[in-house]
Design a protein around this ligand. Sequence first.
Ligand SMILES: O=C(O)CCC(=O)C(=O)O
Ligand SMILES: [Fe+2]
Length: 370
Amino acid sequence: MAGETDVCVNDQQRDRIEMLKAFDETKAGVKGLIDSGLLKVPKIFVRPSEELTQELTYKNITEIQVPVIDLSDIQINADRRKRIVEQVRMASETWGFFQVVNHGISSTVLDAMIDGVRKFNEQDVEEKKKYYTRDIKRRVRFNSNYDLFSSKSANWRDTLAISFSDQINSEEEKELPDSCRESAVEYSKHVTVLGSTLLELLSEALGLKPNHLYNMECSKGHRLGCHYYPACPEPELTLGATKHSDLGFLTILLQNEISGLQILHQGQWVNVEPTPGGLVVNIGDLLQLVSNGKLISNKHRVVANCIGPRISVACFFSGTISEVKVYGPIKELISEENPSKYKEVLLTDYIMKFLNTGLDEYLGLDYYKL
Ligand SMILES: O=C(O)CCC(=O)C(=O)O
Ligand SMILES: [Fe+2]
């Protein structure tokens, strides 16, 4: 495996590393899946056989959809805002997911972001190689599967991850790839505003003051996960993204016109169909934890597709890694009848546990239940 000697290896991982060595990652890792020219899905991408068998038990659900919430006039019409807060509450308590339209980000900004991710992935390999790393301290990281060494099977996608601080300066901007610098900076500015608005609505939905979650620094710093899912020659054998819940407070997801995102609802996978101009919003594990389980962080995944590319940009509001920041259930939401359901977590430890565990093995909030 090119450039992977820095990874700690334990006994259980040895077999897997042997398999990974056999797979020439200069094809699918450094270059990205798009340049690999693969006509069959290599073994490391094939899902475990028990999962493939279980897949046959799922029905294809098309008749139900996650709620779509229209955010227009939210700042100027108090009655309307109340109704929207109620819709946000219902969706976050039952689905953990909703889509928003009329959210204030123009389709020019959204389209430019998707286009930037496309350009990054479809440019010359030599350019992309400059960003190839698994070092999480780097602001910009391009790789195929951040958890390649710890998951049972690899996902059929490449990801360019970009971490943003609150006030991005020109030095930080320069680190971004030319192909998507302008679009990512612009999108980041807009999505930060939307993130704050959504945190206000969610605070109100919890019966708290509008600035409660914002003041807890739930939207401080954010990361864009720019995913590129190439067309897959054998989509039934692999996944674009393994089943997981998001680790942070809140995720806002932009997707192009190709579907693939599914959420687990009442034991079945439900497609989250792209809505023109819409953005998908989902509650992350930390928001479930601080809301003492009132808002739910739902499991989701991305199926592979024989058409592509599917492009998506997940904006994760996960707090900034800090040695001192501790999060636990909000005290206003706890009472004798409703005691704490979760332990307090130190943000650094919480994030490192996630990063050091494969997505398919990570147990999310189960580690922190009381
Ligand atoms: O690409 C998608 O639609 C979902 C990506 C996702 O779930 C994630 O990045 O956490
Ligand atoms: Fe996710």
